[in-house]
Design a protein around this ligand. Structure first.
Ligand code: PLP
Length: 396
């Protein structure tokens, strides 16, 4: 035990020394645009949650959770196939499939689990998977678990994807896997081109829609709706833990035989507890709200536009396009860290990202816009960035 302790302490020191230590700030209020942090900070403006539509603290979402908790209890103490399926789980799966216009859906405890479970269940050594090099860690881990032949194509590089698809013709089945929207850059996968190539080379397309479900596309269905390829993308994985109420949970939606197979074979589904009723209640209500109207998503899009255009006018470079993830590109890791600290002193909660989370020399502060930010909140954030940017030489 002493030897282990020494080894762990050395490893922890290395993380601190590399400047990649992640601190956790403790929030003493609900998730939302205005936060209270423990040990001080009240009235902090929050610009770093994935609470894109502000549904995490929406009164109807909370009420639905309380009702589900009271009616269906705290949890199932069981996996789904033993005694862990309630009517609300079936209703939510049906609602998710309807929302995405797919045949069926299956719930997981998280999208991390959905990504961990799909590739191994679907692909064999006879098959091939082609994955964007910047895909989320959970896709990378899911692919590691499967025995298919693995190809990694350059980020959103269609020439490279085509070359890899040509090489993969020798395999029985080809699956192209990509994030719909990439969370570090706020950029959107070129799904039309990906689907064209998939058609040309007889491949299937899988997308992870964690940063798209609920708000991208005219009705918030996601990247596939935004780019007009809902009928060409075969499999969608997404989360209930971001725009759809923010509690937890993930899912796969797609062809019914695939979902049936996942219920039989997908390990994170078979060997993990059912989603708790309160969590199901939140997500179900969030989907009801989004299927009734796209007003919330539109309000978020308008605020995103406001932030992006004001920051660009102030002289900052914002990566990505039209996405509520707005990375303020700074380049230098130290600059990103000190600016984020200074922003907090001005009551704005944002986080700096540097290597190894993003490539060397591409440090940034990632700002995430929510429908529940007011125009004044956005303007305050831009003003603080401008002041702090001038102070540290990021702006002239
Ligand atoms: N995929 C992407 C692209 C994500 O950003 C995340 C969360 O950070 C996940 C998957 C995992 O989602 P969950 O929090 O539901 O496990």
């Amino acid at each position: 035990a002493a030897q282990l302790r020494r080894r762990l302490e050395t490893e922890l020191e290395e993380i601190r020394g590399a400047g990649t230590w992640k601190n956790e700030r403790v929030i003493a209020s609900r998730q939302g645009p205005h936060l209270r942090l423990t040990g001080g900070g009240a009235g902090i403006l929050n610009f770093c949650a994935n609470n894109y539509l502000g549904l995490s603290s929406h009164p109807e979402v909370i009420r639905a959770a309380v009702e589900a908790l009271e009616k269906f209890g705290a949890g199932l103490s069981s996996v789904r196939f033993i005694c862990g399926t309630q009517s609300i789980h079936k209703d939510l799966e049906e609602k998710i499939a309807r929302f995405h216009q797919r045949e069926d859906a299956i719930l997981y405890a998280s999208c991390f689990d959905a990504n961990a479970g799909i590739f191994e269940a679907l692909l064999t050594p006879e098959d091939a998977v082609l994955s964007d090099e910047l895909n989320h860690a959970s896709i990378i881990d899911g692919i590691r678990l499967c025995k298919a032949n693995k190809y990694r194509y350059k980020h959103m590089d269609m020439q490279d994807l085509e070359a890899k698809l040509q090489d993969a013709q020798k395999h029985r089945l080809r699956l192209v896997a990509t994030d719909g929207a990439f969370s570090m850059d706020g950029d959107i996968a070129p799904l039309r081109e990906i689907c064209d190539l998939a058609q040309k080379y007889d491949a299937l397309v899988f997308i992870d829609e964690c940063h798209a479900t609920g708000f991208l596309g005219p009705n918030g269905r996601g990247t596939d709706e935004l780019l007009g390829v809902m009928d060409k993308v075969t499999i969608v994985n997404s989360t209930l833990g971001k725009a759809l109420g923010g509690a937890a949970g993930g899912y796969t939606t797609g062809p019914k035989p695939l979902i049936d197979l996942l219920r039989q074979r997908s390990r994170p589904y078979l060997f993990s507890n059912s989603l708790p009723p309160a969590v199901v209640g939140c997500a179900s209500k969030a989907l009801d709200l989004l299927m009734e109207s796209n007003a919330i998503a539109q309000s978020m899009a308008a605020k995103t536009q406001r932030f992006r255009s004001k920051m660009t006018a102030a002289g900052f470079t914002i990566s990505g396009k039209d996405h509520p993830i707005c990375p303020v590109m700074l380049g230098d890791a130290r600059l990103a860290a000190v600016m984020a600290e200074d922003m907090l002193k001005r009551g704005i909660y944002v986080i700096g990202f540097s290597y190894p989370v993003v490539p060397k020399g591409k440090a940034r502060i990632r700002v995430q816009i929510s429908a529940v930010h007011s125009d004044e909140d956005i303007d305050r954030c831009v003003e603080a960035f401008t002041e702090v940017g001038r102070k540290h030489g990021a702006l002239p």
